[in-house]
Ligand binder design. Structure first.
Ligand code: URP
Ligand code: ZN
Ligand code: ZN
Length: 489
């Protein structure tokens, strides 16, 4: 009689803290034993020469979501989660996006209907707050947080999504009351608007001008402002998809002052530059995302930030639009850069790209790789220790990597529904060849063994990371000022 449903033998395990040789015993979907000579499993996998890593946790992806320009993403919960799992990710947290006028409950219920029948791996939801009415701030957000949606994204730009500073303070104050994490898209809206108008007036409409209109100065300014709002409210934030050295420096400065400012960067800021938007004809549209890819110098800065801890998480910001009239070219065959749906795909390549260029080239070590792609994400978003690590009691979400497998990226090897990859032609070494989700071997020999709808919804706890520092600005200090009133206590 076997002791385990699944036994992974002879592999090298890496967590965010340690690397060691051990076998992994799995029962009823969870890791129940780590050690030597564990006995036998109903199913056994020999991981000799392989790395046994926690399945990735994808904290920033857009799946089955309508863009701010009204275009539906190419990936639904089936193709999006299938692509994720083939790339070694076993948990995704996409966005239930509130449209102006909608209640948060409606938004979330509709999103559950999209996800439930299709997801093949486990998933939670963030919320995008685009309409922070008193009802939303006072009643709906607290109810959502209680229901396990413990993080929201707010935008400082995009006509239909952006919040002004006053509204951002309202959201931060609601987050503070109930312990939620606020993710911030930090770009200065009026700088983008002004530059875009002047560029278009001058006849500069091609994709490459998207990168010009989203300046480093505008990203740096908005990051600085978001940090000031977070400081006033004494409420942590996570600045998402940081692309420029300028924004990163603002974040590092705040962190050095002891503020709880977390940050994320993405593959497009390590592997692409603004020159990619200059490719022939409309091809540059495939690389249009916000903030845009920048320069070699910014790329080096992002690598530095990944290594030195400025960035806690590495996400794909998978925002998949096909390069045709259903996606990037929905506004016509030659739309101005303002009319191109923003975003690039990357959910399947997030881990292999970082592994190959980061771990493989010695820029980060294996433990930092695990922290950035799984453990820290689970911790920041209230999923630890169930997800994001290899430990007794955690879900058996495991990616077994062949660290020596060499491939040249082409879209044909991927499983999304996008039709192109911005990373085509890049040579990578290392790939997660076997993937286990809650004890099920879901990817093996390039084949998927998971039913549609077999992923489970994950209500999330509030995280330690989103708790205030308890270090109030003098103006907010209840002992000296009106702080108690201002903070709604
Ligand atoms: O261009 C991007 N990143 N599109 C997706 C939406 C967002 O702001 O993350
Ligand atoms: Zn964003
Ligand atoms: Zn995004």
């Amino acid at each position: 009689m076997s002791n385990f449903d699944l036994l992974i033998r002879n592999g090298t395990i890496a967590t965010a803290a340690d690397t060691f040789k051990a076998d992994v015993g799995v029962k009823a979907g969870r890791i129940v034993s780590l050690g030597e000579d564990l006995g036998s499993g109903e199913r056994e996998i020999d991981a000799t020469g392989k790395l046994v890593l926690p399945g990735g946790v994808e904290g920033h992806c857009h799946i089955e979501q309508i863009s701010s320009s009204g275009v539906m993403t190419a990936d639904d919960f089936y193709s999006g989660t299938v692509a994720a799992v083939f790339g070694g990710t076993t948990t995704v947290i996409p966005f239930a996006a509130q449209q102006k006028g909608d209640s948060l409950r409606q938004t979330v219920e509709a999103y559950h209907e999209c996800a439930g029948p299709k997801a093949v791996i486990d998933y939670g939801f963030h919320l995008i707050i685009s309409d922070p009415t008193p009802q939303v701030i006072g009643q709906e957000l607290p109810a959502m947080i209680k229901d396990g949606i413990t993080s929201f994204k707010v935008y400082m730009t995009y006509d239909d999504l952006r919040l002004d500073d006053y509204q951002m303070l309202d959201v931060l104050s609601a987050a503070r009351r109930d312990g939620a994490m606020v993710m911030v898209h930090a770009e200065n809206h009026d700088m983008i608007r002004w530059l875009s108008e002047k560029l278009l007036d001058g006849g500069h409409w091609q994709p490459q001008y998207h990168a010009v209109s989203h300046s480093r100065a505008g990203e740096g300014e908005a990051a600085h402002r978001a940090i000031a709002l977070s400081r006033l409210m004494d409420q942590p934030i996570l600045v998402v998809h940081v692309s420029s050295e300028e924004a990163m420096d603002e974040i590092r400065l705040a962190q050095n002052k002891g503020l709880k400012i977390f940050a994320e960067t993405c593959p497009q800021y390590l592997f692409l530059t603004a020159d990619d938007l200059k490719r022939d004809g409309m091809d540059g549209a495939m690389f249009c995302c916000s903030p845009p890819p920048r320069s070699d110098k910014d790329q080096e800065a992002m690598w530095r930030g990944l290594a030195n801890g400025t960035f806690s998480v590495f996400s794909s910001d998978h925002a998949p639009y096909r390069f045709d009239e259903s996606g990037k070219l929905a506004a016509g065959p030659e739309p101005t850069f303002k009319k191109i749906a923003n975003g690039v795909p990357g959910i399947e390549l997030r881990l292999p790209l970082l592994f190959s260029e980061g771990v493989g080239k010695g820029r980060i070590d294996l433990n930092r790789f695990v922290a950035l792609t799984a453990t820290n994400v689970a911790k920041l978003y209230g999923l630890a220790p169930q997800k994001g690590t290899i430990a007794v009691g955690s879900d058996a979400d495991i990616a077994i990597w062949d660290p020596d497998l060499e491939q040249t990226i082409e879209h044909a090897m991927l499983h999304d529904n996008v039709g192109y990859t911005p990373y085509a032609g890049i040579k990578i070494k290392g790939w997660p060849t076997t993937v286990v989700s809650r004890g099920r071997v879901v990817v093996e020999n390039d084949t998927l063994n998971a039913e549609r709808g077999s992923g489970q919804y994950l209500p999330r706890a509030v995280s330690e990371a989103s708790k205030p520092l308890g270090r109030l600005e003098p103006e907010m200090d209840p002992d000296r000022n009106f702080g108690a009133e201002l903070l709604g206590r």
